[in-house]
Write a protein that binds this ligand. Sequence first.
Ligand code: B1M
Length: 211
Amino acid sequence: MFDLGDLAQSVIAGDVAKSTELTKKALEMGVAPLDIINKGLIAGMEVVGERFKKGDMFVPEVLVAARAMNSGLDLIRPLLAETDIKGLGTVVIGTVKGDLHDIGKNLVAMMMESGGFKVINLGVDVPVEKFVEAVRTHKPQIVGMSALLTTTMLVMRDVVSALKESGLRDSVKVMIGGAPVTADYAKEIGADGYAPDAVSATDLAKKFVAA
Ligand code: B1M
């Protein structure tokens, strides 16, 4: 029986070699990829988040933990993509202007990809105009925005307004997420939906394209 707590611990410790080794081992032992992500890699990152919040961990330690988490995710990503059906539609996703947090956004992108969407990941610190331009160019069914800061979540409203002004708002569903974001905020700014995590973001995206 594989203990996913050990994997979480390797992320907390920022031990890239160990998290790589344990992810490989978990896969060999037949642990479900989503369990490895949620109960191992993300569980570890959640502890890191709590410690960072309390001031028990600092930026460099958070970054090595993120690297350890990503080394495990890199091994799982191709497996998720292999097992699912492609072709549900296109999602443009990015972290809004002023915000450099991308761990959660990349998880959402990865889950959506493995759930059958083509994902165009605009990266971090994405200006309002770049979202609009990407919608114009790629004609996605969904545009997703992520923000982790209470200051940058305000940019989401600007993107919705800019899409309206460009006449593109009705051509896409707008989905938002990130730690400070709520369903009420989504309603308030005129987005179509909010998701609290990567799995529910993918479920919501599927609902959007099925509607
Ligand atoms: Co930052 N940081 N950070 N940080 N950081 C937070 C967000 C913070 C809450 C920490 C704290 O408690 N003090 C705080 C924000 C406070 C606030 O605004 N209220 C904060 C701060 C203040 C800052 C800086 C200002 C610190 C400084 O420099 N003084 C600075 C800002 C830089 C900037 O963006 N301009 C900063 C920097 C950093 C690092 C660079 C060190 C690093 C980011 C590395 C990276 O992303 N490449 C970092 C990290 C890692 C965090 C914490 C610890 C963890 C965030 C994370 O990755 N969580 C975070 C504390 C916390 O959240 N507890 C914190 C794990 C990830 C899996 O979860 O991102 O929530 P999350 O994503 C989830 C869901 O939210 C959802 O699904 C994901 C997967 O389940 N989701 C979506 C996300 N996007 C979605 C989009 C969707 C749907 C769902 O639809 C499109």
